[in-house]
Design a protein around this ligand. Structure first.
Ligand SMILES: [Zn+2]
Length: 570
């Protein structure tokens, strides 16, 4: 099929059609199913990518991708669709992508929250955090509600003259507002800044920002360190209370072959890793090292830093973010999971987001406070790259409640919330390569040997050697092995008709096999490559010559691998 457009966002019906078209063009590689229904009853589509010729997805190590769980973060959906298209169209011509779909599976949910995205993308054009189910409020509160009051299709800011306002115009660029002198005595005019919107039950004096009726944040509803509303706004009445989250959690728990995951969000231009709630020194050291190694490749492929939420991405230094997707996957399932925040206008504008004197990056703290030079850089960038549409010059407007105001400021939707359309494909493309690479580092079982030697008239000595040929251990993480979040490797022998097992077990538990993940630098004092990636199992069998014996290696994370031999005298 022709390449779909990746410079735009898809409404739900279009997204459904595009997924079906992609699967229809590649029926041996892609199937579309629903993992459940949203609050409003929309199907939550998942594309399963793997080559059916080499076995079903459930028999292979798999990688999970979801996108757009937050309503207005729609560029992640386009990113997920791009990854689906790239994998399917590259199969057969690109060696890595062919190996990917021959040996692994991808489970990709391009729009985890279809109701919230539709509310944003259709003519209602509302901006809410997540799903459309009202919670915890039951009716609209008094106060200021976001709305496009001048009908220009944008929700900007309102600048209101106020002798006690905290802002004044920048002397060099009057569009920009800067803080007033703390000691006072500077000259106005001074302004108050509010989001564009209407005030319900305005008393003529006091303005409060109303909490939206749709107060849920689906990425606080996962069953890990979940907290009540007063401690974690948006978390819902109980973990997995929301149908979108419950569908994701149920699917992932039902598919222990998932070896890793990325949830795509916007924005900040960063990959975030566990934990949100705990410091790095609480993580099993080998897992921390592995996450850091994965992070290095992510940075190499995308230019995005890869950081801990706890150390580098807290909204407030004294508060942690609870009940999120990536923490749940690592904590409860022991697989590595990332939150990718696509897009960084600051990086486009050439702003250095590293903290001075080392010690990580500025993300949330940048929004709290940064030099005005950064704002000037951003203004200059959008003047050049967006033709000045990213920051709208202040225009007089008669507000229904406030009277004379000005509308203008950052067009957050065009500039901040998602990449503008002409920059969208370039921004999302490298992340498909992260998905493919991360899927390919999974554990993978293969039979190095399955042989039989005749040791008597109808007696045979069988030997099987299984190896983990993947980079990660079969458990994926030390946490999964130590906390028994994953079952051991099992070798299952199936006997031919008329055969009798003399020694050995039909089912042999083989523990976990190491990968190469911690082999990073060649040893100085001699090697230490003991064969911890390999296991040998033997049996003695009585069976007629010519019979066929099958052995299956079965593991939660890798699915099933089989080897067969025919008993012939050597
Ligand atoms: Zn988000």
């Amino acid at each position: 099929m022709n390449k779909p457009a990746f410079d735009r966002f898809y409404r739900y019906a279009e997204l459904t059609d595009l997924l079906n078209a992609l699967a229809g063009a590649h029926p041996d590689l892609c199937a579309i199913t629903s993992i459940g229904r949203s609050h409003e009853g929309r199907e939550i589509w998942m594309a399963t990518l793997t080559s059916a010729k080499t076995g079903p997805a459930s028999d292979k190590p798999a990688f999970w991708v979801d996108a757009n769980i937050h309503a207005t973060e729609v560029s992640p959906s386009t990113c997920a669709l791009y990854a689906i298209y790239k994998a399917l169209s590259g199969y057969g011509s690109d060696a890595q992508l062919t190996r990917l779909l021959d040996t692994r599976a991808l489970y990709i949910v391009p729009r985890a929250n279809p109701d919230g995205a539709e509310l944003f993308l259709d003519e209602r054009h509302r901006r809410i955090r997540s799903s459309t189910r009202p919670y915890p409020l039951k009716e609209r509160q008094d106060g200021l509600h976001l709305a496009d009051i001048d009908g220009d299709g944008r929700i900007l800011s309102m600048r209101v003259r106020d002798p006690n306002g905290p802002w004044k115009a920048h002397p060099d660029d009057a569009r920009l507002l800067i803080a007033r002198d703390p000691a006072g005595g500077d000259s106005g005019p001074f302004y108050r800044i509010l989001p564009e919107g209407e005030i319900q039950n305005y008393d003529g004096v006091t303005i409060k920002l109303a909490r939206p009726l749709e107060g849920l944040d689906l990425n606080r509803n996962f069953p890990v360190e979940w907290a009540i509303e007063s401690e974690q706004p948006g978390a819902g009445p109980y973990p997995t209370s929301e149908p979108e989250v419950r569908a994701m959690v149920q699917f992932i728990v039902d598919h222990p072959n998932i070896t890793g995951a990325i949830t795509f969000h916007t924005y900040s231009g960063v990959y975030l890793r566990p934990y949100g709630t705990r410091a790095d020194d609480t993580i099993a050291t080998s897992d921390l090292w592995t996450m850091q190694e994965i992070g290095k490749t992510i940075t190499k492929l995308t230019g995005y830093p890869a950081v801990s939420v706890f150390h580098d991405f807290k909204y407030h230094p004294k508060e942690t973010i609870k009940g999120v997707f990536d923490d749940w996957l690592y904590d409860h399932l022991g697989v590595y999971a990332w939150t990718c925040e696509l897009w960084s206008p600051q990086r486009m504008a050439g702003i250095d987001m590293k903290k001075p004197n080392g010690g990580g990056y500025r993300f949330m703290d940048w929004f709290r406070q940064h030099d005005v030079e950064d704002d000037l850089k951003l203004l200059k960038w959008q003047d050049e790259a967006l033709g000045g549409r990213g920051f709208v010059a202040w225009q007089p407007f008669t507000h229904p409640q406030l009277g004379d105001v000005e509308l203008g400021g950052w067009d957050a939707e065009l500039m901040w919330r998602n990449p503008p359309s002409h920059l969208l494909e370039a921004e999302i493309a490298p992340h498909a390569d992260v998905i493919f690479w991360h899927a390919l580092i999974s554990p993978e079982l293969s039979f190095r040997e399955f042989s039989a030697k005749r040791v008597g008239d109808s007696a045979w000595h069988l030997q099987a050697v299984v190896e983990n040929t993947g980079w990660l251990p079969t458990s994926v993480s030390t946490r999964a092995a130590e906390k028994r979040l994953v079952q051991p490797l099992e070798l299952l022998l199936s006997l031919p008709e008329g055969a009798r097992l003399v020694s050995g077990e039909l089912k042999t538990a083989c523990g976990q096999l190491e990968g190469r993940a911690l082999k990073l630098t060649m040893g100085v004092w001699g090697g230490s490559d003991a064969s911890t990636d390999r296991v040998r199992v033997e049996w003695v069998l009585e069976a007629p010559a010519g019979a066929t014996v099958t052995v299956t290696a079965r593991h939660d994370r890798t699915g099933k691998t089989r080897a067969t031999l025919t008993l012939v005298p050597s």
